[in-house]
Design a protein around this ligand. Structure first.
Ligand SMILES: [Zn+2]
Length: 114
């Protein structure tokens, strides 16, 4: 992968990481507030919101893990290489999804297994 493209993707990943981390913090604060408030009146509302927040937090944490894995791959020097076939992942795909771990072909195989 070209150094300039790699640098661009790394910056994007660092930006995403920063964004997700502040959102996780924000949503964690919201959950804590709901837990403390615990109003009887809108208890069901609070539970509903808490579930949504937990869901968002779980997705964000998963995404954060993927971003950290990608940043680690950059450090190791195997970023952008398919984990399955070992070939370089299409650059357009990496730009669209900087955390991609498989090329389009292998992705289809992985998804087919689910
Ligand atoms: Zn592949």
């Amino acid at each position: 992968m070209e150094a300039s493209v790699l640098q661009e993707l790394k910056e994007r990943l660092l930006y995403l990481k920063h964004e997700i981390m502040s959102r996780i913090k924000e949503n964690t604060d919201k959950v804590n507030k709901i837990m403390i408030r615990g109003d009887e009146g809108d208890f069901s509302d609070a539970v509903y919101t808490k579930d949504i927040l937990y869901d968002l937090l779980e997705k964000d944490r998963q995404h954060l893990r993927e971003i950290e894995e990608s940043l680690y791959s950059i450090e190791k020097g195997d970023y952008g290489r398919c984990r399955m076939c070992g070939k370089d992942i299409e650059i357009e795909r990496m730009k669209a999804k900087p955390t991609a771990k498989y090329c389009i072909k292998c992705r289809a195989v992985v998804e087919g297994k689910r």
